[in-house]
Design a protein. Structure first.
Length: 301
């Protein structure tokens, strides 16, 4: 498994050339897309090259053998080297030179005066040469691009299937929790305390007014001094809750009880901010996805 990110080469000197020098060249017409494998090494000496991470993509893990990864990195390096040569040749033909580093730019070279005397057609020829070189680089890199692209699509498909599975499981949990909470509201309870063994005996009682949430609040009332007492739930009533809910009593309790009451067998201290009977629903779900655009210009790879 390796991580890959799709980048697109873009011509980065439009700000340094006037319309005559550009000779009508459209950078969007010729481009090279390259998959960067894992974390690219710094290329400060060639920092003028601009590679834009595609805004619709992100780094993604794909299946790859050690041989695949090595071959992809070699192709990536060869493509970047070819891009560097292509730009060097273009600016030389324009009578300029590249200043690299983290502030890329163009400066006049010894051939600047001659380049100024060149016709628009000559400049057009220089950019046509760049366009052809970019095309040739893309053609050479295409087998690797297509191979990685297939792996990316396969990985995306697996990720979408997993996301669909997670969403389905979440919806099922939410429906289950809703049933649990309805059962908690509908069930009436009563209790009695035996001080000798500090035990609270809880049992269902149809003539009681205490719902599950009200029972929870009642047992935690500070004036009752029941913190730390053992709770003994009537065996038959626990079994009935499990039968109706279709889940173990512990699972049902985790949904309908407040988050601080994790053990149904013992009464916890009531939180200072707690007020009013609990009615369930503290479970939480969620997720986030999103991709940020990134441009690697002036620093490059």
């Amino acid at each position: 498994m390796v991580s890959v990110t799709l980048y697109r080469y873009s011509f980065n000197f439009r700000y340094a050339l006037n319309d005559r020098q550009m000779a009508g060249f459209d950078p969007g017409r010729a481009f090279v897309e390259i998959y960067a494998v894992d974390t690219p090494e710094g290329r400060d000496e060639r920092g003028w090259t601009c590679l834009d991470r595609r805004t619709t993509t992100r780094s993604i893990g794909v299946e790859a053998t050690a041989g695949d990864s090595a071959a992809w990195i070699r192709a990536q390096t060869e493509a970047l080297d070819a891009l560097w040569i292509a730009e060097q040749q273009l600016v030389h033909e324009l009578g300029m030179r590249i200043e690299g580093g983290f502030s890329p730019g163009l400066r006049r070279d010894s051939g600047w005066a001659a380049a100024r005397r060149r016709s628009r057609g000559a400049s057009r020829q220089a950019f046509d040469g760049l366009e052809q070189r970019l095309h040739d680089i893309a053609v050479r890199y295409r087998p690797v691009h297509e191979q990685i692209g297939r792996r990316v699509r396969e990985a995306d498909a697996r990720a979408q299937e997993e996301q669909a599975r997670l969403w389905k499981a979440q919806r099922e949990r939410e429906k289950r929790d809703d049933r649990f909470i309805v059962l908690a509201v509908q069930t009436r309870w009563s209790y009695r305390v035996t001080e000798s063994d500090r035990t609270v005996h809880v049992f269902r009682a149809d003539d009681s007014t205490l719902t599950t949430g009200e029972l929870i609040d009642e047992l935690q009332r500070p004036t009752h001094h029941l913190t730390g007492y053992t709770v003994h739930w009537a065996v038959a009533d626990r079994a009935e809750i499990e039968r109706v809910s279709g889940a173990d009593f512990t699972i049902w309790w985790a949904v309908v009880a407040p988050g601080h009451w994790t053990d149904f067998r013992r009464i916890p201290a009531r939180p200072p901010t707690r007020s009013g009977p609990y009615i369930g629903g503290h479970s939480s779900y969620g997720g986030h996805s999103g991709y940020d655009g990134f441009s690697s210009c002036g620093g490059g790879f």
